[in-house]
Design a protein around this ligand. Structure first.
Ligand code: FES
Length: 517
């Protein structure tokens, strides 16, 4: 089995039974903040994209590069689709022209042509990626690889149970905005960053120990930052609080815990995995490359300057009334939100600036009050400051996930009262009806006493058995039939059987039949 490094989390897996291209990412992501490191734009993408299978692990923009997929990846490729609760990944890939899909069942081994076996584990909590992240396990002729990607399963026992893994690819570096964007004294920021950097390595080493693979490949980061405004985020200044250590840094930290089986893939490196060996070729000397990292980044930034300027020029939409736009998009969702709104528990303020950093508008998303309004000199739970034109752009394109756009861009600053609040970011990644309902239902289902409701003489579970819509809002009962209006699915309330799709049984009973009804 051959693994070709194609940059960041991307790789091409070649076997005699077919090739799988994973997460190809070349174009800048998140408001032109993140670029693949090292530069992978010079690879022969026409040839790499001529593959049998495509695996896109999830919808984060450093894994799902729509423009690149559209232009370079063969539409004859069969997409290996993780089992996600919503069809958004499939829908977006179909829009790009892909028509062949192999829908996997999470944690189930599937045998493809030629004896190629795969298993995709899909993680689906609201905190997993853009509501969904996944890992791909592949086996051919007794050789097994796990592309864990940046997914964070509680453990790797499901993969370990399938036999010894020869190559384990996983994330080791940062992929978040914490703590850099927080308004903190620099000493505190460095201390938090250092802790975070250490935790990232610890977590990576724990996964590696869990699986005990023959070879370990550090992948899925770090990105690099080529815009002058974000240049300081690159790990080239000897800052111990920088959360974006690179692959060579990983190898030296890994050596400190006594391990020597780490393999770095540059774009264009090829590793041939056998039962007992891993022969790797590189397009250039790896040590020399990392020694010249700053020069690489400077030249890369020069080449991409025009791309960044072009992107920046597309953000401004001064005709957009941001307050009205945020109200229209967010207020209906606040109205429906129970768990997320309660979890946030206070107002969240957005200070919007002109490109020179002067605040021109201050807007509050008031979670307890369920409204979006002008800031009223009150105490807030979180305060974000960002350029107004970024929000204009999000509203212009109708973005439903501000984590997968604004927050990951790091083009903002933040302050908060109290601890980190996962609900704030979970809410802003759910700015669509479908996602919000799913996240609300997910939190609801975590309660041991998941709630029942009674409508039209029937008592049934409050959360829809499809994607967890709140049936007090979306459920219509006619006779013994329930219709959930979010997607129009129907259930027979006498049996709980779903009339629209296989499975998805609903807990239901006639109200009077229940002693506690
Ligand atoms: S959430 Fe889809 S039909 Fe209810």
């Amino acid at each position: 089995m051959q693994i070709t490094g194609t940059g960041h989390a991307s790789m091409r897996i070649d076997t005699p039974a077919g090739s799988i291209l994973c997460d190809p990412w070349v174009n800048p992501a998140y408001f032109a903040s993140w670029f693949p490191f090292p530069d992978n734009s010079q690879l022969d993408w026409e040839t790499l994209g001529d593959c049998d299978y495509l695996y896109v692990s999830h919808l984060h923009r450093d894994h799902f590069d729509a423009a690149h997929l559209k232009r370079f990846v063969s539409k004859k490729a069969t997409v290996l689709l993780p089992e996600y609760p919503t069809s958004q990944l499939e829908d977006e890939l179909r829009e790009l022209g892909f028509t062949r899909f192999f829908k996997t069942v999470s944690d189930e081994v599937h045998e493809l042509d030629g004896g190629l076996k795969i298993m995709i584990q899909a993680l689906t909590s609201p905190t997993d990626g853009p509501i969904g992240d996944s890992s791909l396990w592949v086996e051919h002729d007794g050789i097994r690889v796990l592309n864990q990607n940046d997914a964070r399963p509680t453990d790797l026992s499901t993969f370990a149970a399938l036999g010894h893994v020869h190559a384990h690819m996983l994330q080791f570096s940062g992929a978040i905005w914490y703590p850099m964007v927080y308004e903190l004294p620099s000493v505190a920021k460095t201390a938090f960053g250092k802790q975070k950097r250490e935790r990232q390595f610890d977590r990576t080493f724990r996964y590696i120990d869990d699986l005990n693979a023959s070879w370990v490949f550090p992948i899925a980061g770090p990105p690099c930052f080529l815009d002058d405004q974000l240049w300081h985020l690159n790990d080239i200044f000897g800052d111990e609080g920088n959360i974006f250590p690179d692959q060579s840094e990983f190898i030296s930290e890994y050596a400190k815990v006594g391990k020597t089986n780490g393999v770095v893939l540059l774009p264009g490196s090829v590793a041939t995995i056998g039962q007992t060996d891993c022969a790797t070729t590189h397009p250039t000397d790896v040590g020399a490359f990392f020694a010249q990292k700053e020069n690489h980044l400077k030249a890369y930034a020069e080449r991409q300057r025009i791309v960044i300027e072009r992107e920046k020029a597309s953000w401004s939409h001064p005709e957009i009334d941001v307050l009205a736009g945020m109200k229209a998009q967010i207020e209906p969702l606040l109205e429906e939100s129970v768990y997320l709104a309660k979890g946030v528990g206070g107002p969240v303020r957005f200070d919007l600036t002109d490109p020179d950093g002067v605040v021109v508008e201050s807007i509050v998303v008031d979670f307890p009050g369920k409204e979006v309004r002008i800031y009223d000199d009150e105490k807030v739970r979180y305060r974000f400051q960002t350029e107004r034109r970024l929000i204009e752009h999000l509203l212009h394109i109708g973005e439903g996930d501000w984590v997968n756009s604004l927050f990951l861009s790091c083009r903002f600053t933040a302050a908060r009262i109290g601890q980190y609040n996962e609900f704030v970011y979970a809410f802003f990644k759910c700015l669509s009806e479908e996602r919000l309902q799913y996240a609300e239902g997910w939190y609801e289902s975590q309660r041991p006493d998941a709630e029942d409701i009674t409508i039209g003489g029937w008592t049934f579970q409050r959360r829809c058995a499809h994607l967890k819509a709140d049936l007090t809002r979306f459920g219509i009962v006619e006779g013994n039939q329930l219709t959930c209006q979010l997607h129009g699915w129907k259930w027979d309330l006498a049996s709980g059987r779903c009339l629209t799709a296989v499975g998805h049984e609903l807990r239901s009973a006639a109200a009077e039949a229940r002693p506690d009804a």
